[in-house]
Design a protein around this ligand. Structure first.
Ligand SMILES: [Mg+2]
Length: 184
């Protein structure tokens, strides 16, 4: 299995929460996290919705207003097409934060969208956390670059693409293997 130079397993999230709004951001700030790379689908919004979940919106706006977390950036796998990007752009505008639309051949866990996210925030991997609902995109990508990785339970319905690849089943097995329990 893949391990990086400090021995952290690439598939293992640092923290596992039931939802973005339950994350202890005070604690994250104490760890030196100043910037957040936030996934969109099933993390802050349902896959088929153009609306940000109210609890996620409140949490993000609240932590940014609090000042301990300085920046946030949405990083979403878009693949192809304009509609999906318009949706993410709308959400980013509502939160007054930048976004990165990862395109085909550079989809997460490819480092490119994460590096663009860091650049948007003038951030370093060392002071940045990735928040997302998928081990195989958000967590691997963040771990590879040495960021703090936070897995959250997916919002709403499971997306068809994850059913066909048995991703959710594999994620469950991985979390069991690591003995990861929900922090909240
Ligand atoms: Mg997602």
């Amino acid at each position: 299995m893949m391990k990086d130079r400090i021995g952290k397993h690439k598939l293992k999230p640092d923290l596992y929460y039931s939802a973005l709004w339950n994350i202890d951001f005070e604690e994250l700030a104490k760890r030196g996290v100043e910037n957040l790379i936030i996934d969109v689908d099933s993390t802050i919004a349902h896959n088929d919705s153009w609306e940000i979940d109210d609890r996620a919106r409140k949490a993000i706006l609240g932590i940014l207003a609090g000042g301990k977390i300085k920046n946030a950036c949405l990083v979403s796998n878009i693949a192809t097409g304009q509609k999906r990007e318009q949706r993410v752009a709308k959400m980013a505008a509502e939160l007054s934060i930048p976004y990165v639309a990862a395109r085909l051949f550079h989809l997460k866990p490819n480092p490119k969208p994460f590096l663009l996210g860091l650049k948007c925030m003038n951030a370093q991997p060392e002071n940045t956390a990735v928040i997302g609902d998928q081990i195989f995109t958000d967590i691997i990508g963040g771990n590879r670059l040495g960021m703090v990785t936070i897995l959250v339970k997916p919002l709403g319905k499971v997306h068809w693409s994850t059913i066909f690849t048995f991703k959710r089943y594999r994620e469950k097995k991985i979390l069991q293997k690591f003995g990861m329990e929900l922090a909240d």
